[in-house]
Design a protein around this ligand. Structure first.
Ligand SMILES: [Zn+2]
Ligand SMILES: [Zn+2]
Length: 196
């Protein structure tokens, strides 16, 4: 059995628990195994079928950073710009890490933030020259189309919490979203910045 990892925040030895303890509302995760620091609540999952942790125990803000890193990175292969394996190889190169170590679950808080920055810049570069998607896109709150079709050049990209992104023209960007819809925006990247 894997030796108990030490919590990087408070130095306590972690204990092995099941998903039932960490995710009481998720019966589908009940059999997952995780290492948890009881005093501070930091935790991390294990590689499937083992007690080997994915990486260091992570507190709430680090876990949120990992979620954001995935939300920024996954569109690279989901949008079809690269195959999944190519996207991981590209990310490893961007971060200067070995391909084998290039997994969001293993990344530090700072590395997660770098993932977000390089992936947003990549997507913004890819969206340069696109037209405004306003008419094709739907409001995540109402599920209704955001507005009439538009064919003006995109000026910014809205990144949604769910991992989607929308190139928008200067008229149809973040500024016209309702306050409710703005809560679902992960970030906005102008197309004149970042990228290559
Ligand atoms: Zn701890
Ligand atoms: Zn537009």
């Amino acid at each position: 059995m894997t030796p108990s990892p030490t919590c990087p925040y408070c130095g306590h030895p972690a204990e092995l628990v099941t998903g039932e303890v960490i995710y009481p509302l998720r019966p589908d995760l009940a059999n997952k195994r995780l290492w948890r620091c009881k005093p501070c609540g930091a935790h991390v999952g294990c590689h499937a079928g083992t007690t080997t942790p994915f990486g260091p125990l992570a507190n709430a803000s680090h876990r949120e950073a990992k979620i954001q890193a995935h939300a920024a990175f996954d569109p690279l292969w989901r949008a079809g710009w690269m195959r999944r394996a190519e996207a991981y190889a590209w990310l490893a190169e961007q971060l200067g890490v070995e391909r084998e170590a290039c997994h969001v679950g293993m990344f530090s808080f700072d590395t997660c933030q770098r993932v977000v920055a390089v992936c947003r810049a990549y997507i913004a570069a890819k969206c340069r020259g696109d037209i405004c998607l306003y008419g094709d896109d739907f409001d995540p709150v109402t599920a209704q189309p955001l507005g009439p079709r538009c064919s003006q050049p995109a000026a910014e990209v809205i990144f949604w919490m769910d991992g989607r992104f929308s190139p928008c023209c200067a008229e149809h960007g973040f500024t016209i979203l309702t306050p409710e819809t703005r809560l679902l925006v992960f970030s906005v990247q102008p197309l004149t910045e970042g990228g290559r």
